[in-house]
Design a protein around this ligand. Sequence first.
Ligand SMILES: NC(=O)c1ccc[n+]([C@@H]2O[C@H](COP(=O)([O-])OP(=O)(O)OC[C@H]3O[C@@H](n4cnc5c(N)ncnc54)[C@H](OP(=O)(O)O)[C@@H]3O)[C@@H](O)[C@H]2O)c1
Length: 383
Amino acid sequence: MSKAILILGGSGNTGEKIARLLLDITDVRIILGARNKEKLRKTAENLKEPERVTLTLADASDPHSLSAAFSGMDMVLSAASTAEFTENVASACIKAGCDYLDVQYSNTKVSILKSMTADIEKSGQCFISEAGFHPGLPAALVRYADTQMDILESAITAGAISANWDDATITESTKREFVRELGNYKMEFLKNGDWKKPGFWSMRDFPAIDFGNPVGKKMCVPMFFEELRNLPQMIPSLKHTGFYIAGFGWFADYVVMPLVLLMMKWFPKTMEKPMGNLFVWAWKLSSKPPYYTMLKLEANGEIQGEKTSFYMTLNHEDGYWFTAIPVVACLLQYLDGSIQKQGLHWMGQLVEPIRLIEDMEKMGILVSYEAHEETRNNTVIVK
Ligand SMILES: NC(=O)c1ccc[n+]([C@@H]2O[C@H](COP(=O)([O-])OP(=O)(O)OC[C@H]3O[C@@H](n4cnc5c(N)ncnc54)[C@H](OP(=O)(O)O)[C@@H]3O)[C@@H](O)[C@H]2O)c1
């Protein structure tokens, strides 16, 4: 019998696209879960093969509703903006005996899951956290770079997003989660083998990264993900790494962001809703084509004693697809059993990176490779 995957947040932007891809390229049965039945019904109506899709009401804030919904599932895929309820969702998975995967960008979620490591291990279930574009791909790309060199010394990853926010419906819970998580934002990066925070006056810690067409060069700020933490242990030659993110535009970055951070510090509860709305309004204001979601890898190291550089760019015009595609590429490895391991794992450290990139390319991610100008003689042949 094919596996049953419950997508919590199945009526959301990310959840719906994951469902579409899973129906297209796997034989799993899909159960869409969320609080609003009408939205779930509308989502299911637009999916292919309705006989493989069922609906269930599930509220992450209510452990009883989760227990009832998760019973009989093989995996719960948490694509809902419910990071604050991570303990409920993870505990209900352990109780129901199903595996778990999540996509939220949330340091709160990471802390909760880390505090549950022993229980997760004991349950024998496979927990995959931090799946998607970012988090999700930075560590996978660094590990990909390691397969291309004899000695990997430096692997910097960076993201740039220009989304058509006018066409996107962002739910109240997602806006609130976003501004709440801004307060937990970590800026660490690995420099000369040590984790560092940027110096306030040091512009070198805020590099201008060249994404190529259509983005060009953009100043970026460090953004830490848990998946990066163990990379120096996994790749002992690695001395420099990190993920950097380009801004949303001067108004959102320099006017709205400081105001939101201040308000969330002073009035965290009462300001969640207005600050979430303000941020989305600022995004909509700056939303103009070309639309892209780009990920850049800049890696340096050695092949057969020669200094080598390896650059790689991944692109999709829609950020939600660029979140769903790596999740499903990861699930292909989970479904064939190759990464279904008990315990708590970060997607970027768990997946086999070469197959991941190949599968993402088949699902519509544009991948390009280049050699660095100064080391043209050492071009890495990857295809
Ligand atoms: N890793 C990455 O690269 C990446 C990229 C983009 C987004 N994300 C993450 O993906 C998550 C979803 O984002 P999105 O933009 O797809 O969200 P969205 O379109 O706003 O949808 C949110 C979904 O969550 C459901 N939901 C909200 N509260 C719930 C609750 N208490 N219990 C059950 N379901 C609930 C909503 O349905 P109801 O309101 O009907 O319950 C809806 O289906 C966010 O946490 C975001 O951080 C990650």
